[in-house]
Design a protein around this ligand. Structure first.
Ligand code: 3H9
Length: 713
């Protein structure tokens, strides 16, 4: 990356394993090399701190450049250090050392410069970045606020209105936008370090004054004169915070730029940061961060097994699901053969995709020429015989075993040897589907969630005979198309839908006990779900579950009575709620209450007032119990995997960490006691705690202790 270097004239090459100082063209180049993401561990902080001191003391050095080796500039504080005893120097001290340097310090940004990484650059006198660099303060996504001056210095660099938006949303911006807003001084060509050294030479030659953001209030003037400019921006940014503490704390910290002296604001920021680090919400969000990264690791694949190369994917079925899956691949530049049974269905499917991409482009979500480019990656074909050149075939047809078997028999006849064959089934037995092929080792499930082009989760289902390399191929590919893959085993509904069914049954039971749909939904939305289960049922259509229950000979008295009354959800303008024409807003309906009451009277059930805590416990604890059963059966490998499934497929609120993390927070002993209580008082033996849950609770242990297990199979 750098031109040939000399060792800094004080003779020191490595100030720590992770940080080196070199003299290049009269520049002290501080190079951070701490894979994978150059996080600011104690060693890195110490290395930078010492390097700045050494470079300042070295008379040969006229300017200092801070750059990173590897794929990215500093991606933030080292998250693994949070909650552990702090080790010096603190990041704030490092930034102060940079800021106080008598020689100009220039940050050389490439990759994703995030969190503490950006805060460090804000202490530099200048910042340059390569064109495709991304810059952001994503602390809020970990339930935190920028804790090393970011709330104060960023607002001074870009103005408090844009600053509050960046910090509260946590979304990174590209280098061109960063330049527009004054976050960087220049976009440089080529390696960032080389560009920064060239920039440093200009700074020295022109004797440019050193800009200290802490002393520069020029961008605060307007909002100081008219505070409503800031409050409007803060209100817009925090509008959708869903009970989370961090977004509000972020906005408040940015507001201190308007009324609190810099050093005092820094102290307050630090206190607010420490409070958030200790908060359960941040613990939950940090757990989610690591669980997501753990989930993609298929641990029990033998060494040396490699994923199969995938250049083209065939998708069978151009309906909502197949179309969404095809879009996900094309969005990542992977060519797709989209297969239907007839021209009409194919044209409809392709039209839907075009419309979808056009709408995204019209909203500014993708450049105007992208829809055409992405459509060009989709090759529409009629007939399964067209799967021949695909390396991965995904079946997304009607959810009936007989049809799936028919389709897989045809795929088996035409797919090339070694192609991975995936079904998108949500419930069916993949072993049975694999058995109709001559190559069960190539068959697995890739269960996407609707809308598949948006939802991140993909349950990768390993069947009995699935080969390790096929499993690895599906998992890696899901990651390549920016999904979150989680490996699960075969059972009815796999992990997510199996737990969802338990929650559905409890919802029905609660209505029989005396709760109303709106009360149950309100409890769960207050918990953090964006929608309650009954409103969600209305949105999805109640007839799907009704038909499935009929097929399996199951009766849910209230749910069935609702459907029998012609209330199938939003599509009939009434379900568990009623809907005004053209509106999706659920309105509680006295008719539903009468229906519930009438059904219960017929069954001889007496309804009673139900408290919110009982609703929460009866909706969530049985799901946790089912999660434990899933772990016992090795359908999921780790509690963290179950959390990731619920976070990315079912809208579990991120600041609650997932059902199994939440269980640990509540305490497994409490969960066991409450389940035993409900099993007894409701005469529902199925609610009794599973052996695993009871054992962990008895040992005073937690689900977290099981998070190292290998994948199911
Ligand atoms: C902060 O900065 C607080 C400050 O304001 C104040 C302090 C006082 N630390 O995601 P990947 C690991 S808060 C430790 O798969 P990608 C990750 O676990 C921080 N480890 O790669 C994984 O490990 P493994 C604000 C980290 O290319 C490996 O790196 N910053 C950290 O898809 C690869 O990660 C953030 O929130 C970290 N900060 O994406 C940024 N980051 O291989 C968080 C990553 O063992 N990071 N690891 O599983 C990211 O968003 C992505 O990792 C990034 C790369 C975009 C950088």
């Amino acid at each position: 990356m750098l031109a040939p270097v000399e060792i800094c004239s004080d003779g020191r090459l490595e100030l720590s394993d992770a940080v080196k100082l070199a003299l290049v063209d009269h520049c002290g180049a501080i190079i951070i090399d701490a894979p994978p993401v150059n996080a600011l561990s104690a060693a890195v902080r110490r290395g930078i701190f010492e390097s700045v001191r050494a470079a300042n003391a070295d008379t040969a050095v006229r300017a200092i450049v801070i750059a990173c080796a590897g794929r990215t500039f500093i991606a933030g504080a080292d998250i693994t250090e949070f909650g552990k005893p702090p080790q010096p120097p603190a990041l704030n001290e490092v930034i102060t050392a940079i800021e106080s340097s008598s020689k100009p310090v220039i940050a050389a940004i490439h990759g994703t410069a995030l969190g503490g990484g950006i805060e460090l650059t804000l202490g530099c006198h200048f910042r340059v970045a390569v064109k495709d660099a991304k810059l952001g303060l994503p602390e809020v996504k970990l339930g935190l606020l920028p804790g090393a001056g970011g709330t104060q210095r960023l607002s001074r660099a870009v103005g408090p209105e844009f600053g509050v938006k960046m910090i509260v949303t946590g979304e990174p911006i590209g280098a061109p936008e960063a330049l527009d807003h004054g976050l960087i001084d220049e976009i440089v060509e080529g390696p960032a370090a080389d560009g920064a050294i060239a920039f440093a030479k200009k700074v020295v030659a022109e004797q440019r004054p050193l800009r200290l953001l802490r002393n520069d209030d020029s961008k605060l003037v307007a909002a100081k004169a008219d505070r409503s400019l800031f409050t409007a921006a803060a209100a817009a940014a925090t509008r959708k915070n869903r009970g989370m503490n961090a977004p509000l704390a972020c906005a408040e910290a940015v507001s201190w730029t308007l009324d609190t002296p810099f050093d005092e604001a820094l102290k307050k920021e630090r206190e607010a940061f420490l409070k958030l680090v200790a908060d359960d919400q941040s613990k939950a969000q940090r757990h989610a961060f690591f669980a997501e990264r753990e989930a993609v690791k298929v641990r029990d694949v033998p060494d040396g097994v490699k994923p199969r190369p995938v250049g083209r994917v065939a998708i069978i079925g151009a309906g909502t699901m197949g179309g969404g899956i095809a879009m996900s691949f094309a969005n990542s530049g992977i060519p797709v053969t989209l297969i239907e049974t007839g021209e009409e269905q194919l044209t409809r499917g392709l039209g839907m995709m075009q419309k979808n991409w056009d709408a995204t482009a019209a909203r500014g979500g993708i450049p105007a020429d992208e829809p055409t480019k992405r459509m060009a990656l989709i090759d529409g074909k009629v007939g399964i015989e067209n799967v021949g050149d695909a390396d991965l075939v995904i079946e997304a047809v009607f959810e009936t075993m007989a049809i799936k078997k028919e389709v897989f028999t045809a795929i088996d006849a035409h797919a090339r040897p070694g192609a991975v064959l995936a079904t998108n089934t949500s419930y069916l037995d993949i072993n049975e589907i694999a058995a109709v092929t001559s190559r069960p080792q190539d068959v697995l499930g890739m269960h996407f969630f609707s809308p598949a082009n948006i939802m991140k989760l993909c349950e990768v289902v390993r069947a009995k005979q699935t080969a390790s390399d096929a499993l690895l191929t599906a998992t890696m590919l899901a990651k390549r198309i920016r999904k979150t893959p989680v490996v699960v085993g075969v059972c009815h509904g796999f992990v997510g839908n199996r737990m969802l069914a338990v929650r559905g049954l409890q919802g029905e039971a609660l209505l029989k006990s005396g709760a109303l749909p709106e009360q149950v939904d309100a409890v769960l939305t207050r918990f953090g779900f964006s929608m309650g289960p009954f409103a969600m049922g209305d949105l999805a259509g109640l007839d799907i579950g009704w038909r499935s229950r009929q097929d399996r000979g199951i009766r849910w008295d209230i749910a069935d009575a609702i459907c029998e009354a012609g209330r199938l959800g939003q599509k009939t303008s009434k379900g568990y709620y009623r809907y005004e024409p053209g509106s999706r807003a659920p309105i509680p309906d006295p008719e539903v209450e009468q229906l519930i009451d009438g059904t219960c009277k017929r069954l001889g059930l007496t309804r009673r007032a139900i408290g919110d805590q009982e609703i929460l416990e009866r909706m969530i604890y049985p799901m946790i119990n089912e999660g434990a059963r899933i772990l016992e059966e090795k359908i999921a490998a780790r509690p963290g995997d179950i959390d990731v499934i619920w976070l990315h497929g079912y809208g579990w609120p991120i600041h609650r960490g997932g059902p199994m993390f939440y269980a640990d927070l509540v305490g497994l002993k409490t969960i066991v006691e409450r389940l035993e209580f409900y099993a007894r008082s409701l005469n529902e033996p199925a609610l009794r705690p599973t052996a695993l849950l009871a054992r962990l609770a008895g040992e005073g242990a937690s689900f977290a202790s099981l998070n190292t297990a290998t994948n199911p199979g």
